[in-house]
Design a protein around this ligand. Structure first.
Ligand code: SF4
Length: 355
């Protein structure tokens, strides 16, 4: 089912590893005005009402709740939706006060994704996060007191200087907070640990620990208690349509047209420039493989067109090899990468791309 994404590209400071489109500035009001306009202008772009709404960033929790309320209201009115099945807001722990948590409830938010990243204060300072581990714990408690039971925590592994013991200590403190969902991302770029084997070990340790705690891994970086998978993000991987509002936000028509607003707050406020591309048959096929095989459900063969099935058939020797080596599980209906192989899934998937 379709989803709506709203991007709030504002942060109080920049974390060292971040490559999201986000700026340290506070001119929220003109930005929200532009958002409201975009939502109104594009309200006829979906033929089916959206079921999920996601406020991401940046740091949506920096904005006053009244502004968030206006944006949520515009989404409801514009798309004729009373209540979204899933309405997520990303928050930074230091923004979560009892009043803010209560305001989120009143806006209709029913899922909160908390950017924790680590429970080690030294690591948090190094990352230039603005909160401590204790603040992250407090944020969870505050959100729970406000009535939120669907909490997701974000963690990062595989960065310079992170040892297995300290990684698992963070995982344990995350579990102690009893979240419904955990997302764990590997550090990329300049601060990535160059020891690939250690990164892989940290990924495995995480998988084993979360599995033992009742979590199901449903995507490379995402784990949920049964029934608590993110519906919004799952729709991305199954190529459902979505509309993205705000500077740098992307949209997809569910078939082959992708579009994006220019990542520039001032240009967005002034005239909302955007780009668009129509995917070729081959690009659609590669995207299907890339998105579906990153999930533990895998690729349903019935989702492929006859042309795509023919492409896959040409890779039979590669598929045969990948199955024999345990890197792909296949049956009559689907292909999937087993949990052990997910850490290197990009490489496995690329082997299936047309030559
Ligand atoms: S708070 Fe999030 S979006 Fe902002 S700089 Fe840090 S990681 Fe990036």
């Amino acid at each position: 089912m379709p989803g709506l994404y709203v991007h709030f590209p504002f942060c109080a400071s920049k974390c060292i590893y971040c490559d999201f489109y986000a700026r340290v500035r506070k001119d929220w009001k003109p930005y929200v005005e532009a958002l409201l306009q975009e939502i109104r202008d594009r309200a006829d772009e979906l033929s089916v009402p959206p079921t999920t709404l996601y406020f991401g960033g940046g740091t949506p929790s920096l904005l006053p709740p009244a502004l968030l309320q206006q944006v949520a209201g515009a989404c409801r009115t514009g798309f004729g939706v009373q209540d979204f099945d899933e309405f997520t807001v990303e928050v930074n722990p230091d923004d979560v006060t009892p009043a803010f948590a209560q305001a989120l409830r009143e806006i209709g938010v029913n899922r909160v994704s908390i950017g924790v990243q680590s429970f080690d204060d030294g690591q948090l300072r190094w990352m230039r996060r603005r909160h401590t581990a204790a603040q992250a714990e407090m944020a969870c408690a505050t959100l729970r007191r406000a009535g939120f039971d669907n909490l997701s925590l974000d963690l990062i592994f595989g960065f310079t200087g992170l040892d297995d013991g300290s990684w698992m200590a963070s995982v344990e403190r995350a579990l102690a907070l009893q979240p419904a969902h955990i997302s764990c991302y590997q550090m990329m770029g300049r601060w990535a640990d160059s020891d690939e084997e250690r990164c892989r070990r940290q990924y495995r340790l995480l998988q084993q620990r979360l599995l033992a705690s009742g979590f199901l891994q449903y995507e490379i970086s995402n784990y949920a208690l049964p029934g608590c998978e993110s519906r919004h993000n799952s729709a991305y991987w199954s190529r459902e349509p979505y509309l993205g509002f705000g500077a740098g936000a992307h949209s997809f028509d569910g078939c082959r047209i992708r579009s994006w607003n220019t990542p520039d707050i001032d240009a967005y406020i002034a005239s909302r420039p955007f780009g668009t591309e129509t995917l070729s048959d081959q690009e659609v096929y590669e995207e299907k493989l890339m998105l579906a095989l990153r999930t533990t459900k895998g690729l349903s063969l019935s989702s492929l067109t006859p042309w795509e099935r023919a492409q896959l058939a040409q890779k039979e020797p590669v598929l045969e090899y990948l199955s024999k080596t345990g890197n792909i599980f296949r049956d009559a209906c689907s292909l999937r990468i087993p949990a052990d192989g997910l850490f290197v899934s990009d490489g496995i998937i690329r082997e299936l791309f047309p030559s």
